[in-house]
Design a protein around this ligand. Structure first.
Ligand code: S3P
Length: 444
C-alpha cells in the first residue's frame, strides 16, 4: 500500500477479538537508530526496525547524505555511518514524506554538518511548524537559505561550519525539538544543554549514551529535565534491538477493551514511563489489563499484556500526563466514547500540530458517529454513554492515527464506521489491517 493512493475502508461491528499479536518496532527508536547509525564511524546492526514509510524515508535521507543503509532481512538493517559532521551534500532534496520526526531530527543532524540540503514532505508535513526547530538551529550557526511563507517546508538549510553549543530552554514539550538541538550539538565543541519544563520521550538521550556519547540528565523543576551533551564525541557503533511500539500497541489494546467479549494478548509493549501514559489512564478507567511477563528488550522494559473487554468509566486526564501519551489521544477518545461518564483530557495544545489538527479531527470523528464531544480551550471533553451509534465516515486528513482510531470505533459501534482514507496507516503500522483481521476484526 502506498500513501499516494486513497484507500477507504469500513469497520463492521461483529464478533469478539481474540488472539495474540506483536506490533511492529517503535517508530521513534527506528528513526533514531538510522540517524545515529549514520553519524557513527563503522557498522551499526539494527533488528526489529519498523519498516513503515516514515522510517524508510529517513533511511533514504541517510543514504542521500552519504551513509550506507542496507536491508538484510525482515526488520534487519545495516548502517555504515560517516561520523559526526561527516554528511555529504545530497544531490537532490530530502523528501521526508509524512514524518515530522524524520524531518525535524534530520534538520538537526544537517545543521551540525557543513553542507546545504533542501527538505520537503507531503501536504500534511508542509503545513507543520518548522520554525520551532529552525530557531534554535540558527542560534547554533545554521542558516536558512529559503523556507515557505509559513516558515515550513520546503526548507533549504545550510549547516554550520563551526556549530555553537547553546543552552536551550524549550518553549514546547517536544522530543523532536529536543532531539534536533542535541543532534546539532553533537558537532559543536563544548556542552549543549536542553532544558524541558515537562519531560518528553527520552530515546535520543538513551541512544546517545548507547553509542558512547557523554550525556547527563538531571531533574528540572517538578516535571522537567535538564539534558547536557558533551560535544564532538566519536560515536561508536552499537547494535540496536528496536522494541515494539506502544503507540501502535494502543490500537489493539483499546479495541480489545471496547469490543464486547474480547480477550487479546499484546506482546512486548514498551513501558518506558515517558511513553506509558495511556496504560495509566486506561487502568484509571477500570480497564482489565494484566501483566503476563516483563523483560528487557534493547535497553527498554517491555511487557506482554492480556486485555479483556469490560466496563470503562470516564476520567480526568491531567495536562502533565500529555507528553507521555501525546500520540494516544485519538484512540483514548475512542475508549472514552465507549466508557460511562465524562472524560476530560487536559492540555492538548500540541495535538493541533500533529499529522493533522488532531484535536479537531478527533472531536469530528466522534461527532459524526453520534458521540457528544466538546473542545474547551485546549481540553477535549467526551461524554461517554457506554455505547456508540456509529454510521459515520471519518475524515482522516492524511493522518495514520486518525484512520486507525476510526476503524476501531466501527468494531464496537452499533453501525459500521468508514474511514475516508487508510493509506497513511502505512507510515507507521503497515500490518495494522491484517493484524486486526487476524484478531477477528471485520474490515471491508
Ligand atoms: C516523537 C515526538 C512526538 C510524537 C511523535 C514522535 C519523537 O512529537 O508526537 O510521533 O520520536 O520524537 P513532538 O516532539 O512534536 O511532541
Amino acid at each position: 500500500m502506498n500513501a499516494a493512493t486513497p484507500t477507504p475502508l469500513t469497520a463492521h461491528p461483529g464478533r469478539p477479538l481474540s488472539g495474540r499479536v506483536r506490533v511492529p518496532g517503535d517508530k521513534s527508536i527506528s528513526h533514531r537508530a538510522l540517524i545515529f547509525g549514520a553519524l557513527t564511524v563503522g557498522e551499526t546492526r539494527i533488528t526489529g526496525l519498523l519498516e513503515g514509510e516514515d522510517v524508510l524515508n529517513t533511511g533514504k535521507a541517510m543514504r542521500m547524505l552519504g551513509a550506507s543503509v542496507e536491508h538484510l532481512g525482515e526488520g534487519a538493517w545495516s548502517v555504515h555511518g560517516v561520523g559526526v559532521a561527516g554528511f555529504a551534500e545530497p544531490a537532490d532534496k530530502l523528501d521526508l514524506g509524512n514524518s515530522g520526526t524524520g524531518c525535524r531530527l534530520v534538520l538537526g543532524a544537517v545543521a551540525g554538518s557543513p553542507i546545504t540540503a533542501t527538505f520537503d514532505g507531503d501536504a500534511s508535513l508542509r503545513k507543520r511548524p518548522m520554525r520551532r526547530v529552525l530557531d534554535p538551529l540558527t542560534r547554533m550557526g545554521a542558516k536558512i537559505i529559503s523556507a515557505a511563507e509559513n516558515g515550513g517546508l520546503p526548507v533549504t538549510l545550510q549547516g554550520a561550519r563551526d556549530p555553537i553549543p547553546i543552552v536551550y530552554e524549550s518553549p514546547v514539550p517536544s522530543a523532536q525539538l529536543k532531539s534536533a538541538v542535541l543532534l546539532a550539538g553533537l558537532s559543536a565543541p563544548g556542552e549543549t544543554v536542553v532544558i524541558e519544563e515537562e519531560a518528553t520521550r527520552d530515546h535520543t538521550e538513551r541512544m546517545l549514551k548507547h553509542f558512547g556519547a557523554h550525556v547527563r540528565v538531571e531533574k528540572h523543576g517538578t516535571h522537567g529535565r535538564r539534558i547536557s551533551l558533551a560535544g564532538q564525541p566519536e560515536l561508536e557503533p552499537a547494535p540496536v534491538a528496536v522494541p515494539a511500539d506502544p503507540s501502535s500497541a494502543a490500537f489493539p489494546l483499546v479495541a480489545a477493551l471496547v469490543v464486547p467479549g474480547s480477550d487479546v494478548i499484546v506482546e512486548g509493549v514498551m513501558t518506558n514511563p515517558l511513553r506509558a501514559g495511556l496504560l495509566t489512564t486506561l487502568r484509571e478507567m477500570g480497564a482489565s489489563i494484566e501483566i503476563l511477563a516483563t523483560r528487557n528488550e534493547g535497553g527498554e522494559e517491555v511487557t506482554d499484556l492480556r486485555v479483556r473487554a469490560g466496563i470503562l468509566r470516564g476520567v480526568d486526564v491531567p495536562a502533565e500526563r500529555a507528553p507521555t501519551m501525546i500520540d494516544e489521544y485519538p484512540i483514548l477518545a475512542v475508549a472514552a466514547a465507549f466508557a460511562q461518564g465524562t472524560t476530560r483530557m487536559r492540555g492538548l495544545k500540541e495535538l493541533r500540530v500533529k499529522e493533522s489538527d488532531r484535536l479537531s479531527a478527533t472531536a469530528e470523528m466522534l461527532r459524526v458517529n453520534g458521540v457528544e464531544v466538546e473542545i474547551d480551550g485546549d481540553d477535549l471533553i467526551v461524554e461517554g454513554k457506554g455505547r456508540v451509534r456509529g454510521g459515520g465516515v471519518v475524515a482522516t486528513h492524511m493522518d495514520h492515527r486518525m484512520a486507525m482510531s476510526a476503524l476501531i470505533i466501527g468494531l464496537a459501534s452499533e453501525q459500521p464506521v468508514g474511514a475516508d482514507d487508510t493509506a497513511f496507516i502505512a507510515t507507521s503500522f503497515p500490518s495494522f489491517v491484517p493484524m486486526m483481521r487476524q484478531l477477528g476484526a471485520d474490515f471491508a
